[in-house]
Design a protein around this ligand. Structure first.
Ligand code: EPZ
Length: 437
């Protein structure tokens, strides 16, 4: 309420005054890209699942809403633990209105196909990274004996019975690998997935499914073998820490020449990021479940090419490119996974960056002092890059469209503030005339 009038807050921004070195400790939350697969996968169980280390992010909230509307009894028993009872699901249809807030709604297809032998789910929205094809997902479903049709923006999948098969993916796809696993765990016989994605969240899903009684072997390698089982039981399972959230804070520490201990990590999952940061002049100390990042010398120019795991992760590309604007010399960044993942460069240019983009390649001039400016988060990881840019810029940076950031980062401004950043979230009253009471 302002002056007795009721305002509708419709715009939120992060405001950062740059120039602070980040110092202290930060704890990483559960992995978004594991959570958006494991939480729907709990619907494959015949009884209750308890999922721990769930990140408090809007993508998870969207999944909870969808599953609740499907008749699943899903509730938070504390800030990071979900209790999921899927025994009374009453639909296998997820219309656009329910799915539109979640990019990863496609995991409901594999799960519902695996449980009911049918699913009707709205097509995932076109992503800010370019076209988001699902041809490999469909290839996996059809190989298992399902019929797939796409009409009026809905993917309709059905199978009288799912039969194990051999599937060779033309493209290494995290989503298609996960979706095929979800559909195959209760199929009849053996499924062999070749050219499979190897990301930590693929392995985490396999571990979750096996803890429910599935038979999934080889996750984390190019070949995953799944022997179908007749039923899966409930389980208590903890999601792995988020390697990209951890990597984001590692880059922020290096970018501000800070000294940050990043806790609740699996150092092995961070190897591609650690290796690149050390080459760029940071110091990274590894502990059992933490890493410490400092930088005393200059940022060293470098070459980055994003690739499927264990290559350098595409979800760290915007953050690293931002750091490279501070390097001594010119750097080269090649986006090897997505068609259009440099949209954020226009926003960095507003802050003084000098980056030339030609298709999937960006040439990043170093030694470009950044100055604060009003910018937008164009997608989740681009938003994280804007946060890092604001931290190193001189002056005030205002970041709009922060809902992108809150899709995948839990309390990012709180965590940054605890490390010494001068950052706050502000609410802009709606531009509409205040509503008379
Ligand atoms: C997952 O997306 C992640 N999202 C993305 O993270 C991540 O960038 C991506 O994997 C790569 O690691 C989730 O896990 C929810 P892909 P996904 O299928 O599964 C092409 C973030 O910031 N492709 O591995 O959709 C596709 O166009 C998000 O957390 C096909 O051609 O990615 C892309 O070029 C952004 N046909 C490449 O494969 C298909 O059927 C990799 O896509 C599927 C994908």
């Amino acid at each position: 309420m302002i002056d007795g009038e009721e305002w509708r807050f419709s715009l939120e921004k992060f405001v950062i005054n740059g120039g602070c070195r980040l110092c202290g400790e930060v704890t990483v939350s559960g992995a978004k890209n594991a959570a958006v697969a494991i939480i729907p996968a709990a619907m494959l169980a015949d009884d209750i699942c308890i999922i721990e280390n769930v990140p408090a992010i809007s993508d998870v909230s969207a999944i909870i809403d969808i599953m609740s509307q499907m008749g699943v009894d899903i509730r938070l028993v504390n800030k990071s633990t979900l209790r999921i009872d899927s025994r009374n699901i009453h639909t296998a249809v997820i219309p656009y209105e329910m799915a539109k807030h979640l990019r990863a709604s496609y995991y409901f297809i594999g799960t519902l196909l695996g449980r009911f032998g049918q699913a009707m789910v709205a097509m995932p929205g076109g992503c800010d990274l370019g076209v988001r094809p699902i041809d490999q997902h469909i290839k996996g479903f059809e190989a298992l004996g399902a019929e797939v049709s796409i009409e009026r923006g809905m993917i309709d999948v059905s199978a009288r019975s799912l039969i194990g098969n051999q599937i060779y993916f033309d493209v290494v796809s995290v989503g298609a690998t996960i979706n095929t696993m979800l559909a195959a765990v209760k199929a009849n016989g053996l499924t062999i997935i070749e050219n499979a994605a190897k990301e930590p969240h693929v392995v985490d899903l396999a571990n979750f499914l096996n803890s429910m009684g599935a038979d999934v072997r080889g996750a984390g390698t190019d070949v995953i073998k799944i022997r179908g089982v007749s039923s899966l039981h409930g389980v208590d399972y903890a999601i792995i820490p988020d390697q990209i959230e951890a990597g984001t804070y590692m880059v922020a520490a290096a970018a501000t020449a800070g000294d940050v201990l990043i806790k609740n990590v699996i150092p092995k999952h961070l190897e591609p990021i650690t290796a690149k940061l050390v080459k760029m002049g940071a110091e990274v100390y590894e502990y059992d479940d933490a890493v410490r990042v400092t930088r005393k010398g200059p940022v060293v120019k470098g070459t980055i090419k994003t690739m499927p795991h264990p290559g350098f992760p595409t979800d760290m590309q915007p953050q690293m490119t931002t750091l490279l604007t501070q390097a001594e010399g010119t750097s080269l960044v090649t986006e090897g996974v997505w068609d259009n993942r440099f949209r954020y460069v226009d926003e960095l240019r507003r802050m003084g960056a000098n980056i030339q983009v030609d298709g999937k390649v960006a040439i990043v001039e170093g030694n470009t002092p950044l100055t604060g400016a009003p910018v937008k988060a164009t997608d989740l990881r681009a938003g994280a890059a804007m946060m890092i840019a604001g931290l190193i810029a001189t002056g005030r940076t205002e970041i709009e469209d922060i809902y992108h950031i809150e899709r995948g980062y839990e309390d990012m401004e709180v965590k940054l503030r605890s490390l010494g950043a001068d950052i706050k979230k502000i609410y802009i009253p709606d531009s509409a005339i205040p509503q008379a009471l």
